[in-house]
Design a protein around this ligand. Structure first.
Ligand code: F6R
Length: 605
């Protein structure tokens, strides 16, 4: 996790890094720090707290320099305190680190570092090992150190006697590099580079990059010059700010009609789903005997919707596996299993590792990724990008609905490739899919009504969400969203499962959000709602416009969803749940975009 930045050039490195760290804060916000190298001296300023606290500290100290490295931390090894904040320094070596060094204990013993370290971090140990090997040749010291490290790392390093130069090396954890108008920059994320340029490259693993004010050089670990593959950021840079909204989360929810449209439209040719731009041949869709979706959190919830769609239309078995559990259950994947990895960041380490394992087993793979050129995109055979643009709020919203959009497209292409649907059937499905942006627009127009609905749960300690089938899948995501941004305990339950224990928790103080959008499940759902009502629960009901569950029934809190074909109701319903979570968090006065303990990119297992 952790955000990293490095800059060398003619600019004010402190200001450049502080601005970048603010953009990177979504990666972790336990502490922040910078180090500046000037005239052979390195000055470090760091502290527990947010980047704004670091900025205040820098304003008092006013460090100067045109070459520096900076870090915003999500704590792994060692608690949240000033000492454990990055950068770390040992002798003449200063570094920042993203990742986890698994053998740091062994390294402490081997290099007799006990008693000479200031922090509790694994990162300081790396600085000490680098110093051990450093005899004036940074490349040699980095090479020799890297060979001793076990684990994941993205390191940006400065040596006191290497003026204006930043060195970087990585394994798994990402680093992107770019030239600016007056220097060179590196970061954990493209987001920090976008204000300077749209040209960048992703550092390959186990290569060493040296940034100089006028040059960027890259070598492999044998010391040979390596070729740089430049990429272009192709999202609209103007989308990077908050656009007048108080929080990114609201802005990103409001962007959904546009970005869903931008995800679907380039993949529709003459009314048909089309992945020729992605180069995915039809046999990939036609030949698989089963599908295994691997993903975490929100992305996994998108996978659950994909499972329902594919099993319904195609009739083949789909497993959705939490990537973090994948390796612990003796995964069974083979050449007949199409693996679909879903990830907004494209960097979630569990998803990446599971995908790599599946590829080793011979599985064909497609990844659905938002961030261009991310590790998961590069590790899979084919990639379909969600065109959601940068998602900055820690709670995922637009990435989720664009992932869903891609899963609808995959379902339709698969049905055509396997001869299950004729063109007419596929066209009708695509027409409904193309209605989604407009339907979501209608939901967004009612956001004040949804704000009032949020008032029904804001004071609750626990909230339950109940539904069946697709409704249950969406509620899992709605419940995660509520938990993460409002800190209200919430559980999504398959309605039929309630009676098997959980109904014991329902009291008059427990609001229950019930979702009824699937015609075939309506009557069963109604009985389940009655069961919780009879135990005193206050039910907030989400159902289609123009429908009643029962004539004459009184509902205190109802939201009417614009009508789509049943398999598409997940789209408008998800947006309502996102807005409920958002407004509860907003009205509780919480930091909506940066919920406690979380980080946007999960690069540790
Ligand atoms: C929740 C959320 C997380 C992510 C999960 C996977 O709002 O954002 O649950 O979905 O950490 O991240 P990606 O999609 O980047 O692999």
């Amino acid at each position: 996790m952790c955000g990293i930045i490095g800059y060398t050039g003619k600019g004010d490195a402190k200001e450049i890094m502080l601005d970048a760290l603010e953009l990177l804060e979504y990666r972790g916000y336990d502490s922040a720090g910078i180090a500046l190298l000037k005239d052979g001296r390195t000055q470090m300023i760091k502290r527990a707290g947010r980047v704004k606290d670091l900025r205040n500290l820098c304003a008092r100290i006013n460090p100067e320099g045109q070459c520096g490295i900076g870090h915003t931390r999500w704590a792994t090894h060692g608690g949240v305190c000033d000492e454990n904040a990055h950068p770390h320094r040992f002798g003449s070596v200063t570094l920042i680190h993203n990742g986890i060094i698994e053998n740091y204990r062994e390294l402490i013993d081997k290099y007799e570092l006990e008693g000479s370290l200031i922090s509790e971090t694994d990162s300081e140990v790396v600085a000490a090992v680098l110093q051990h090997f450093y005899q004036g040749d940074p490349y040699s010291a980095i090479r020799r150190t890297v060979l001793k490290l076990k684990g994941t790392f993205a390191l940006a390093i400065m040596f006191d006697d290497q003026p204006d130069q930043i060195f970087a090396v990585r394994n798994v954890s990402p680093i992107v590099v770019a030239a600016t108008a007056d220097g060179a920059i590196l970061s954990s994320d493209v987001a920090a580079i976008v204000p300077f340029t749209t040209d960048y490259f992703v550092m390959p693993e186990l290569h060493v990059v040296c940034l100089k004010p006028d040059k960027i050089e890259m070598y492999d670990l044998s010391g040979d010059h390596a070729k740089i593959d430049w990429l272009k950021v192709d999202w609209d840079v103007s989308r990077s700010g908050k656009g007048g909204y108080p929080f990114y989360m609201e802005k990103e929810i409001m962007e959904q009609p546009q970005v869903i449209g931008e995800t679907i439209l380039p993949r529709v040719k003459e009314g048909m789903p089309d992945f020729s731009e992605e180069g995915i041949p039809d046999p990939v869709f036609a030949d698989c005997k089963r599908i295994c979706v691997i993903a975490c959190g929100t992305a996994m919830h998108a996978g659950l919707v994909g499972k329902s769609l594919i099993q319904w239309v195609i009739g083949i078995h789909v497993d959705v596996v939490m990537a973090s559990e994948f390796m612990y259950n003796d995964p069974v994947v083979d050449k007949d299993t199409l693996v679909i990895a879903i990830s907004q960041s494209g960097e979630t380490i569990d998803t990446l590792e599971a995908l790599k394992f599946a590829r080793k087993c011979g599985s064909p793979s497609i990844s659905i990724v938002n961030v261009k050129g991310a590790s998961i995109a590069r590790a899979s055979e084919y990639v379909i990008y969600t065109n959601a643009g940068p998602e900055i709020a820690v709670a995922s919203t637009k990435a989720y609905t664009t992932q869903l959009a891609v899963l609808y497209l995959i379902t339709a292409r698969m049905a055509l490739a396997r001869g299950i649907w004729d063109e007419q059937k596929a066209k009708a499905f695509m027409e409904e899919l193309l209605r989604v942006p407009g339907v979501i627009e209608r939901v967004l127009e009612t956001k004040e009504e949804i704000h009032r609905l949020a008032g029904c749960i804001i004071n609750a300690r626990d909230v339950f969400m109940i539904g069946r089938g697709l409704d249950y899948s969406i509620l899992l995501e709605g419940s995660l969203k509520l938990k993460e941004v409002s800190y209200i305990h919430s559980e999504a339950y398959a309605s039929g499962e309630l009676k098997h224990g959980t109904i014991a928790l329902i009291t008059e103080d427990t609001p229950v959000i019930a979702m009824v959008t699937q015609e075939k499940l309506k009557s069963k759902e109604l009985s389940n709602i009655r069961e919780v009502q009879s135990r005193g629960a206050r039910v907030v009901l989400l159902m289609k416009e123009g429908e009643t569950l029962n004539e004459g029934e009184q509902w205190s809190c109802v939201y009417r969803l614009p009508v789509m074909e049943d398999p598409f109701m997940v789209m408008p319903a998800s947006v309502v749940l996102q807005l409920i979570a958002y407004y509860v968090s907003l009205d509780k006065g919480l930091d909506v975009d940066k919920p406690r303990n979380l980080a946007k990119v999960v690069t540790v297992e």
